[in-house]
Design a protein around this ligand. Sequence first.
Ligand code: OSB
Ligand code: MG
Length: 367
Amino acid sequence: MKLSGVEVRRIEMPLVAPFRTSFGTQTVRTLLLLRAVTDEAEGWGECVAMPDPVYSSEYVDGCADVLRRFLVPALAGEFSGATAVAPSLRKFRGHRMAKAALETAVLDAELRARGVPLSRELGATRDRVPCGVSVGIMDSIPELLDAVDGYLAEGYVRIKLKIEPGWDVEPVRAVRERFGDDVLLQVDANTAYTLGDARHLAKLDPFDLLLIEQPLDEEELLAHAELAKVVRTPICLDESITSAQAAADAIRLGACQVINIKPGRVGGYLESRRIHDVCAAHGIAVWCGGMLETGIGRAVNVALAALPGCTLPGDTSASGRYYRTDITTPFVLDDGHLTVPTGPGIGIAPDQDALDEVTVKTEWIPL
Ligand code: OSB
Ligand code: MG
């Protein structure tokens, strides 16, 4: 396979509602969309980095820079396909979101040429996946209850509440009191706490949460293991899990009982599959996380969520939870589930007009 170049589009899509987390508020999703042009076919990849380095160290302009100067040029010449991408990029440290987008675009092109759906390539065992929804921090409890009420009415099978110091026990209590004990409920702190908050976080225990996601800093694996001795709620890691090696280490240390897999954060779908396998071997539950993806990133996430080890509902919500108009045929919730695309590659492509509408910059990186 030979790459002739990569088109990098910067797109800006307004969110249907502001999304507030412990690291900030998003009202518009700005991201990079890649189109890899090869001698066999074209493929798409979405780079999940945000404009500011507040979730992880990567950010949109940094990803565009590293793709242009280092990652795309490293793929010059004949190569054997998507499995050769990560080894070719390994000498460049970090930048996993940029690497993941490039690998996904190449993988999509390769699978389209071979006529193979991504879900089959990854080893998916389901044709539809149950969906959860991530609910941002709100200005008031009544506002939160209205939002959760709406999502439950739409059919979401699991609710995740974003938390931070000052917005944790009370919102959880309010959701439990209003919607009952049967709702699958979990929380995500995006690193907002310290080990000194252990006793406070243990106050979440009576609410029977599925998990608490990334309470402490991404580098604090040992502190998560210590926290796990004080809180009964299972600990799930997101930001800390940057590779299959990191996952194996975290499991060995007792830092987590659940893992959120995000292909962007770990450098791609092939590494995601390895994390899935490491976790399955250790009896650790996994689920597919989200980064407010467009239909392109959503298609790949839904394929990943269909793997047998993804035993918890993921943050793979319908297009309408994020965008009034998606750049692909929208993903629509059917009885709380999304259907896994069956076409070759990622199984979906952007609508050209919708894509042009949200594109603010286009760059062609030639090889
Ligand atoms: O921590 O899981 C997270 C969105 C952006 C960055 C980080 C996270 C999230 C979400 C939303 O929780 C998940 C989604 O619905 O895409
Ligand atoms: Mg998270």
